[in-house]
Design a protein around this ligand. Structure first.
Ligand code: HEC
Length: 158
């Protein structure tokens, strides 16, 4: 048996060790300064949704519109569009995008659809079912409700 090997750590001299301690202490000091500058803001509680309050309200409003729109779309539109053997055009992203704005799509749909009863739904029903249709094709941004106030500026051509 030879000598016990000296590990590289044991070979660190006292000056290097002192330097290490100084560097460590200044890192700790800098970290606590940064926390103080951040105003001691607490991270969100576990399970909390980390959205600013207004985004939460918008998400809720959109959720409510989509919850109204989905059954309307399924009852009034789906049997002729994208169903097995449907007589209507497939309402995919490219076809919907040809209307360029949500307003133009609304005007067409209100004038002509449902094919068997054009214009017979209340305007709000058209907005709700179109919100559902557009959102399900990723043509309506998250958190946005669709209505006469933004349909003109909402571009659906991608
Ligand atoms: C009874 C069947 C029927 C129902 C119900 C119906 N559609 Fe249609 N839809 C059609 C047919 C057929 C066409 C093609 C009409 C044409 O080309 O003139 C069409 C065309 C369309 C178009 C235009 C497609 C294009 O090529 O530009 C849109 C958008 C549309 N429908 C949306 C709707 C929406 C939204 C609803 C529900 C409110 C609905 N449709 C309900 C049969 C239907």
């Amino acid at each position: 048996m030879g000598r016990v090997d000296v590990s590289p750590r044991a070979a660190v001299g006292p000056r290097t060790a002192l330097l290490f301690v100084v560097v460590l202490l200044s890192a700790l000091a800098a970290a606590s300064c940064t926390r103080a500058l951040a105003g001691g803001r607490q991270p969100p509680a576990p399970g909390a949704v980390a959205l600013p309050p207004r985004a939460g309200v918008a998400a809720e409003a959109q959720g409510a519109q989509l919850a109204r729109g989905q059954p309307l779309y399924e009852r009034r539109c789906a049997s002729c569009h994208d169903a097995e053997g449907a007589i209507g055009t497939s309402l995919d992203r490219v076809m919907l995008g040809a209307y360029v704005t949500a307003r133009a799509l609304f005007d067409y749909v209100k004038d002509s659809m449902p094919l068997d009863a054009p214009g017979k739904l209340p305007d709000q029903d058209y907005w709700d079912l179109l919100a559902y249709l557009l959102r399900s094709r990723e043509l309506l941004p998250a958190g946005m409700t669709l209505g006469p106030e933004n349909a003109e500026t909402l571009r659906i051509r991608k």
